[in-house]
Design a protein around this ligand. Structure first.
Ligand code: F6P
Length: 457
C-alpha cells in the first residue's frame, strides 16, 4: 500500500489517505511479560497520530468476559477446559476484528491482535482467517531473555493487571511466573517453516531485529517504527522558547529574539531541569529548532551542563505563510475567510503559502522515530510543534491537539511507562504573555501570571 496526498475541494485543506484499500492485521507473538502489549499500545498511538485508523484487539480482555481471574493452571496446555475457553476468546477477538475491518463506519486499516499466539497452529489459523477476509498479516514476535526486562514486566503485571486485581501482589507475581512456565511448555518460536509469513522478530526489544517478506509500504513503515523502540527508563522534557519579542507584540511566526523575560527563563532553565528530577550521571541531549528564539533559550543550558546540542529544521514553528508577522486581529481583518476556516478545522487548515498542523505532524515523523531510538532528550521548540509532539506521547486526538494550552516558561517532563506516559509540569517564576487563542476569538496576547505550582497528571 502507498500513501498519497489528496487535495480536497475545500481550499487549503489536504488529507493524507491511503491509495488502495489494504488492511493489515498485526499479530503479536510471544510469551507473557515480553512487552507485547507495550509494543501494541505504542504502535496504535503512532498510527493514530499519523491519521491511520487502527485498533487493538486484546484477547485477554475477551477471555476475562468468561474467566476474569484464572489461576496459572488455566493456561496449562494439558488443561482441556482452559484450552477450549482460550480458543473461544481468540475466536471472539478475531471475529470482532474482521467485522471491524468490514464495517464502513470504522474505516479500519490496521488491527493489532494482542495475544501470545505462541503456537504454529494458532498462527496458521489466524493467517487463514485473515487471508480469507482479504486482510494481510504481519507477525511481530517479541523474544526476550533479559531477566531485568522480564522482571520489570512482571512487576507491572502484578500491580496493574485486571487478572490479579485485589490480590496479594507477591502471590500474584508467583502465579504469573507459573503461568509463564505453562506457556513455555507449548511455545513455538516463528521458524523456517513459516517463511511464507510476513514477520518481524524482535530480540530483547530492539537489540536484534529479523525481518521477513515485508510486502507493502505501510507494513515497512510500521516495522521501521517498531524496530526503533526500546524500553530503557528515560524521560523527555518539552519546553517552548522563552518569551519572544514577537510574543510581546502578538505577532505570529518570524525569527525574533527572546525578550528580557525570555532571557530570564533561559537563565532559569538549567535549574528548572535539575529540579524536575534527573537520576545521577544522566546525559541529556538538547534539541532546538533552527530559529533564534529556541537557540537563545537553550544557550545557558548548554553552557552550564555541557550536554550535546542538536538543531533540527523539522522543529521550526508551523509556517504561517502569508500571515507570518501578523497578529491574529490583523489576520481576521485581512483574511476573514481563512481565519474562520482555520477555526472550523484547525488541524487541517493550511495557511496560504504555509503549513497545517497535519503538515507539521508529517515533517515531525523522523523526529518521533529518532526520539524513540534516543534516551533522555530536552526539546526546546515552538507552540504548534510542541502540541504535535505532546499529542503523540499523550495520545491527544487530532481535533483537540491544535487547541491545547502549552504556556510559555513551563517545563513539561514526560516519562514513558508500560501503559502510558506520566506527565509533570514545572513553571518558572517568570511572567510571560499568554499566546493561547480560543476558538472564535482574535484575542490579543495576554499577560500571563507566573506561579511556581507543579502539576502532575
Ligand atoms: O504565537 C506564537 C506561535 O508560536 C506562532 O508563531 C504560531 O503561528 C502560533 O503560535 C501557533 O499557534 P496557533 O496554531 O494556536 O495559532
Amino acid at each position: 500500500m502507498s500513501s498519497s496526498i489528496i487535495r480536497s475541494q475545500e481550499q487549503h485543506k489536504v488529507f493524507v489517505a491511503s491509495s488502495d484499500d489494504s488492511k493489515i492485521c498485526v499479530v503479536m507473538v510471544g510469551l507473557p511479560a515480553r512487552g507485547k502489549s507495550l509494543i501494541a499500545g505504542k504502535a496504535m498511538r503512532y498510527l493514530a497520530w499519523v491519521g491511520i485508523p487502527a485498533k487493538v484487539f486484546n484477547v485477554g480482555t475477551y477471555r476475562r468476559s468468561n474467566t476474569p481471574q484464572p489461576q496459572a493452571t488455566f493456561f496449562d496446555p494439558h488443561n482441556e477446559e482452559g484450552e477450549r475457553m482460550r480458543r473461544a476468546a481468540a475466536e471472539m477477538a478475531v471475529t470482532d476484528m474482521i467485522n471491524w475491518f468490514h464495517d464502513d463506519k470504522s474505516k479500519g486499516v490496521v488491527a493489532i491482535l494482542d495475544a501470545t499466539n505462541s503456537t504454529k497452529e494458532r498462527r496458521k489459523w489466524i493467517y487463514e482467517r485473515c487471508r480469507d477476509a482479504d486482510i494481510e498479516t504481519l507477525f511481530v514476535e517479541s523474544i526476550c531473555d533479559d531477566e531485568e526486562l522480564i522482571m520489570n514486566n512482571i512487576l507491572e503485571v502484578k500491580t496493574d493487571s485486571p487478572d490479579y486485581q485485589g490480590q496479594d501482589p507477591e502471590l500474584a507475581a508467583l502465579d504469573f511466573r507459573k503461568r509463564i512456565l505453562n506457556y513455555e511448555k507449548a511455545y513455538e518460536t516463528i521458524d523456517d517453516n513459516e517463511k511464507h509469513y510476513t514477520y518481524v522478530k524482535l530480540i530483547n526489544v530492539g537489540s536484534t531485529v529479523i525481518i521477513n517478506q515485508i510486502k507493502d509500504y505501510l507494513s515497512s513503515r510500521l516495522v521501521y517504527y517498531i524496530q526503533n523502540l526500546h524500553i530503557k527508563p528515560r524521560s523527555i522534557w518539552l519546553s517552548r522558547h522563552g518569551e519572544s519579542e514577537y510574543n510581546l507584540t502578538g505577532k505570529i511566526g518570524g525569527d525574533s529574539n527572546i525578550s528580557e523575560r525570555g532571557e530570564a527563563y533561559a537563565r532559569a532553565l538549567p535549574d528548572l531541569l535539575r529540579k524536575s528530577g534527573i537520576p545521577p550521571n544522566t546525559k541529556i541531549v538538547i534539541w532546538t529548532s533552527t530559529l533564534r528564539r529556541t537557540i537563545q533559550t537553550a544557550r545557558h543550558l548548554k553552557a552550564e551542563t555541557g550536554f550535546e546540542k542538536l538543531e533540527w529544521k523539522a522543529l521550526d514553528e508551523l509556517d504561517s505563510g502569508v500571515c507570518d508577522g501578523l497578529t491574529y486581529e490583523q489576520i481576521a481583518e485581512k483574511y476573514p475567510d481563512d481565519f474562520k476556516a482555520r477555526d472550523d478545522d484547525k488541524y487541517n487548515y493550511r495557511y496560504r503559502g504555509g503549513e497545517s498542523y497535519r503538515d507539521v505532524v508529517i515533517r515531525l515523523e523522523p523526529i518521533i522515530m529518532e526520539l524513540e531510538r534516543s534516551e533522555n532528550v530536552i526539546i526546546v521548540t515552538h507552540q504548534a510543534v510542541l502540541r504535535c509532539i505532546y499529542a503523540y506521547f499523550m495520545n491527544v486526538p487530532q481535533e483537540k491537539s491544535p487547541w491545547m494550552e502549552v504556556p510559555l516558561h513551563t517545563l513539561i517532563k514526560l516519562t514513558p511507562r508500560a501503559y502510558g506516559t506520566q506527565e509533570t509540569r514545572f513553571k518558572a517564576d517568570i511572567p510571560a504573555v499568554s499566546t493561547w487563542r480560543g476558538k472564535g476569538t482574535s484575542a490579543k496576547h495576554q499577560e500571563f501570571p507566573a506561579d511556581k505550582e507543579e502539576k502532575t497528571h
